[in-house]
Design a protein around this ligand. Sequence first.
Ligand code: ZN
Length: 174
Amino acid sequence: MEGRCKVCSSVHRAEYEQMRVEKKSYSQISLRAKLNGEDISMMALSRHFRFHWTPLLEALEKSDEVLEETVQKRIQEKLNTLDEIEKIITICKSKVQGLLDEELSVDNIKGLNLLLTQIRKNLEFLHKIAKEIRIEPVRSREDVLNDVIYICQDLPMEYLEKIEKRMEELNKNV
Ligand SMILES: [Zn+2]
């Protein structure tokens, strides 16, 4: 597809992509290319796997969609609960008003106490839920690593190798 990409135009493309599926590092793939008689730098590999490798792109897109859907669904659930709480509180308030309009009696005061307890509990619940609704920006690990590769692409090879080694360490620690 991409005319100038050494990986795309290689007859060994499938082999390199399979290695990537097996989580082999770019330096390992680059070495394999050398054994195949090809000179493919780690940068060329990173470009290929970022921009031309459909399985990865599709998987990333899909995971973003799923994540987004899950977040939306959970927010909607919380909002529904908030609506319910609001309804309960409104009903309690009108009952309180009704009791206040009547003459004070023991039963009346008991009723008021119960209603106020119910309102307080619902307000506490409301507060708890409001705190839970927080939307954090989501960036996948792959996004971050790709950014690092992009930012570092003009550095000398020895640095790139060190950076890649560190990245592998990070991946192992996940
Ligand atoms: Zn390519």
